[in-house]
Design a protein. Sequence first.
Lengths: 114, 110
Amino acid sequence: DVKVTQSSRYLVKRTGEKVFLECVQDMDHENMFWYRQDPGLGLRLIYFSYDVKMKEKGDIPEGYSVSREKKERFSLILESASTNQTSMYLCASSLFGQGEETQYFGPGTRLLVL
Amino acid sequence: DAKTTQPTSMDCAEGRAANLPCNHSTISGNEYVYWYRQIHSQGPQYIIHGLKNNETNEMASLIITEDRKSSTLILPHATLRDTAVYYCIADSGNTGKLIFGQGTTLQVKP
């Protein structure tokens, strides 16, 4: 079974803090994704990566950056956390392949910024 | 990617089949139909996907109409643990991202 793990299930941070959310997948997937999920807004893509050291902006990249130094690990960084970044953050991975996009998700990190 | 339309909510009795419809009338020839579900406070879980033919796996069956404008996800014997939000997505698999709509909240009742 594909396993996608996220470093924390719950996190509380203060405004202005730098926040690191880590995601690790164990299936040698090329593609990795970071989403955030908010009530009424569904899942929105923040960033994705299709290879080591490669990154692409998603729909809402502002206020976030990412790092992918190793194939299995994709980090989401909030340089200076703000209260409007309080959300559920979901990481996903998928195999590279045209025509079929099956993404496997981690359990999510619920971040509260005070 | 084609837009999908799903009912906001549905109920199903435990042990009965749950049939979740999805409309994707603007789907293009290279777009697959994917189904995911999200149990409360967990990450989305992949269920099944298909292009033209009906598909079945250990979790569910997917019935796609011949014109591909709609599909139905079937959970053959729903249990309380199947209570979740079910998302239907039409995607070509070439963009690297999936568009999750609001989905259908399925409530399985004893």
